[in-house]
Design a binder for this molecule. Structure first.
Ligand code: ATP
Length: 281
């Protein structure tokens, strides 16, 4: 593949294009013939019930998982044929915040954010210090730089993880369940921060989440993953107003709909050894 500058943009089109991708684990297909286009500068949410394939879709975008068929283009570059060096060059353009944003417990807040800079750059100590303090300032934690992870709250830890995810000035940030386990206030703060950082730093953000309420307040585009593919996508308002029964049930958190609350079972009376109910006239 002939490109030298990993930041070289082949098109002004979408940052990510998933083209006709089928993927899964071993022989098991999880997503089938998926097409998805993620526009630059937007906050995109991936929603859908557990096991639907949201995280699998996220793994495709970083080539932690390769498609069985189809292509994933990042900034116009097909990820599949890249060698290790080319892939790492592209991954440096992707910040990631995984479930619960786990911090290194034996490193200070400062060192947690400095970690990717030390790993991936040859910057001087002075440069690293300035960059780390800028990132910590962006998440409101410049004053907490010397604390250890066990000395800060869960919401603060999530913000440190966010600062670490943006340490290398990525183009894309991927968040897997960034709100999991947060109290409502921290949840709101984290959501707002994701939106603000996205806009201030010119990022594109992809969020896998179950917190629809918060997500719908900050997302530009929502993609619902279910039944082996993308069943709906649009603005939060478009999804809220969707007449598709599956989308309606999910977005409105209704217990019954196409996804049934009661799974098929023998009649209740049979299980409890009760006589058949008498017909009422
Ligand atoms: N590493 C793996 N190996 C094999 N199967 C996997 C692996 N990871 C996920 N799966 C399976 O793929 C399917 C989709 O899982 P995935 O984690 O993508 O769903 P999800 O929508 O992110 O779910 P959740 O909301 O619960 O995180 C599930 O049936 C899961 O068991």
């Amino acid at each position: 593949m002939a490109f030298t500058d990993p930041k070289s943009t082949t098109s002004a089109g979408p940052l990510i294009e998933v083209k006709d991708v089928t993927c899964g684990y071993a022989d098991r297909v999880i997503l089938s013939k998926v097409n998805l286009s993620l526009a630059r500068g937007k906050v995109i949410a991936l929603i859908g019930s557990s096991g639907g394939g949201k995280t699998t879709l996220l793994r495709l975008l970083t080539r932690q998982l390769r498609p069985m068929t189809g292509q994933v283009l990042f900034d116009g570059h097909d990820l599949a044929p890249m060698n290790q060096d080319q892939l790492y060059a592209q991954r440096r353009r992707m910040g990631m915040l995984f479930q619960f944003g786990a911090l290194f417990t034996d490193l200070s807040v400062f060192e947690n954010v400095a970690f990717p800079l030390r790993e991936h750059t040859q910057l001087s100590e002075a440069m690293i210090r300035d960059l780390v303090l800028m990132k910590l300032n962006a998440v409101g934690l410049r004053g907490s730089r010397d604390l250890m992870p066990n000395e800060i709250s869960g919401g603060m830890a999530r913000r440190v993880a966010l600062a670490r995810a943006i340490a290398l000035d990525p183009d894309l940030v991927l968040y897997d369940e960034p709100f999991a386990g947060l109290d409502p206030i921290s949840l709101g703060v984290t959501a707002r921060l994701i939106r603000d950082l996205n806009d201030a730093l010119g990022l594109t953000s992809v969020i896998v989440t179950h917190d629809l309420h918060e997500t719908f307040t900050i997302a530009d585009h929502v993609v619902m993953v279910a039944n082996g593919g993308i069943v709906a996508q649009g603005t939060p308002d478009e999804l809220r107003e969707s007449r598709d029964p599956l989308v309606h049930q999910f977005v409105n958190a209704e217990a019954d709909g196409p996804v049934r609350f009661h799974q098929p079972a023998v009649p209740v009376r049979t299980d409890f050894g009760l006589p058949e109910a008498e017909e009422t006239a």
